[in-house]
Design a protein around this ligand. Structure first.
Ligand code: FE
Length: 132
């Protein structure tokens, strides 16, 4: 169960049109257009909808896909995976566990140590730099 719950109208007030389309309507941003696919600064990536801390820069890698890619979430309680049959494919959708917003998909062709590739839309993330 998600802890952070808003109605569609409340989400529309909180998010931009583009954010709503991806986060709440399971859209996908075009590859190589997002702000984080090539972003290498240390820090953590928060859910753009609710602020949940989802991924660390330490698990980010260059997948060449044009979307920010991570081999693991900060921990397994941050995200939820479920089978997604949309668009004629069988994929595993990844959502924020705190607010239920769509983030992207996870594939099993990632690097060590997990072999997973969390393929996440930049627009679903907000980078927070680590304080030195
Ligand atoms: Fe969230």
């Amino acid at each position: 169960m998600t802890k952070f719950k808003l109605t569609d109208n409340q989400w529309k007030e909180k998010l931009t049109t583009e954010e709503f389309e991806v986060l709440r309507n399971s859209g996908t941003e075009r590859p190589f257009t997002g702000k984080y696919f090539d972003h290498k600064d240390p820090g953590i990536y928060l859910c753009a909808a609710c602020g949940n801390d989802l991924f660390s820069s330490e698990s980010k890698f260059d997948s060449g896909t044009g979307w920010p890619s991570f081999f693991q979430a900060i921990n397994e309680n941050k995200v939820v995976s479920k089978t997604d049959f949309s668009h004629g494919m069988i994929r595993t959708e990844v959502s924020c566990k705190n607010c239920g917003s769509h983030l992207g998909h996870v594939f099993d062709d990632g690097p060590v140590p997990t072999g997973l590739r969390y393929c996440i839309n930049s627009i679903c993330l907000k980078h927070k730099a680590l304080k030195k």
